[in-house]
Design a protein around this ligand. Sequence first.
Ligand SMILES: *Cc1c(COP(=O)(O)O)cnc(C)c1O
Length: 430
Amino acid sequence: MHYFSTNRKSPATSFRDAVLAGQPDDKGLYFPSEIPKLEPDFVERLHAIDNEQIAFDVIRPYVAGEIPDDDLFEICSETVNFDFPLVEITDRISTLELFHGPTLAFKDVGARFMSRCLRHFSSDRSEKTVVIVATSGDTGGAVAAGFHGVEGIEVVILYPKGKVSKVQELQLTTLGGNVTTLELRGTFDDCQMLAKQALADPDLRTRVHMTSANSINVARWLPQQFYYFYALKQWAGESPVISVPSGNFGNLASGILANISGLPVAKFIAACNANDVVPRFMQTADYEPRPSVATLSNAMDVGAPSNFVRILEIFDNKFVDLKERLEAVSVSDETTASTMREIYSQCNYLLDPHGAVGYRALADHLQTHPEQRGIVLETAHPVKFDSVNEIIGTQVDMPASVRELYSREKRSTEIGIDYAAVREIIESKI
Ligand SMILES: *Cc1c(COP(=O)(O)O)cnc(C)c1O
């Protein structure tokens, strides 16, 4: 197993080097040279296998012996040490709740796995690794929590002041320790620009190893397959349709990998908000990125989905094959909100805006496919999004872990759009 660049200009590399580099120099994405096939009876036996063992069995071929089995098993068990319940909403739709991790969103899985891989690969180096993340909300919290307390690693987060939700801000700013948070008077794009500038700074690069921990890193992407197996482990009956609320398309691309490896799935639905580049592509076969627009499901406000090339790569760019596996739909904010109200009042289940996009897309598909049943991935807890209280007209119950956050002290450094300030903070970590 090795990893090649989807642009095919940079040389192929090992798992370790793909994790440490993040992205190949030719600006493609790393992709595995083969997609492993699981033992034929693996899926039948799923219900009797522990989650940590499933994670280990799924990821082991991708790591290709570059982490010793014992260490890899420990990394897997630390990655998935929380619940992934499949909850029935109606007799035809269940939801896989991916929000029981430390920051209440599915990104915890990839972030926890990646942080531990980095720790493993950095342990033979004397210098520290500085992880730099620009976030619009969910990513920064998951990455910070994933790396918090991990030896040899310093995390520097940039987030736009006043533009993340209350719970997200608490998750970003109350960890302390090896996590430093910069609150930037600017937009997410400004944060991203400064993060990129730091990562490319030639002088800093000679003095410190920096990495971005963004969602295209293979160590964040590949472990997202795990919970598709946990879904099937709890499922009875014909292969489900799986609806995935999608933005950058990493989550969906990993589900399709699991499917190619042998996990039975009747069909995937890419559930998008008004940012509909992929639904348009599925109609016209023309891929036209465009500037993102703001929606209720803001973690999916992506106008140029970075992981979509991986989906094309899986299908060898054969549009017909892709169309057979994947349906893509766009759901408006209005419909997202009405779906949240409807499911709350009729089924007593509170969806977050991202899950609601997925639910609507799935329910509409099932209307025209009366023989099928399906699963929607609930990618985050509703308490993370300030809009939810307003939409359903009542206060969302807070999990204990969130109540506890409110008692912690916020620690962040406010800065302008000022590279010198960012650089100074990074230098103080070396
Ligand atoms: C990041 C995120 C998504 C989108 O996932 P992608 O892998 O980027 O498609 C969906 N929902 C929530 C809550 C997220 O945080």
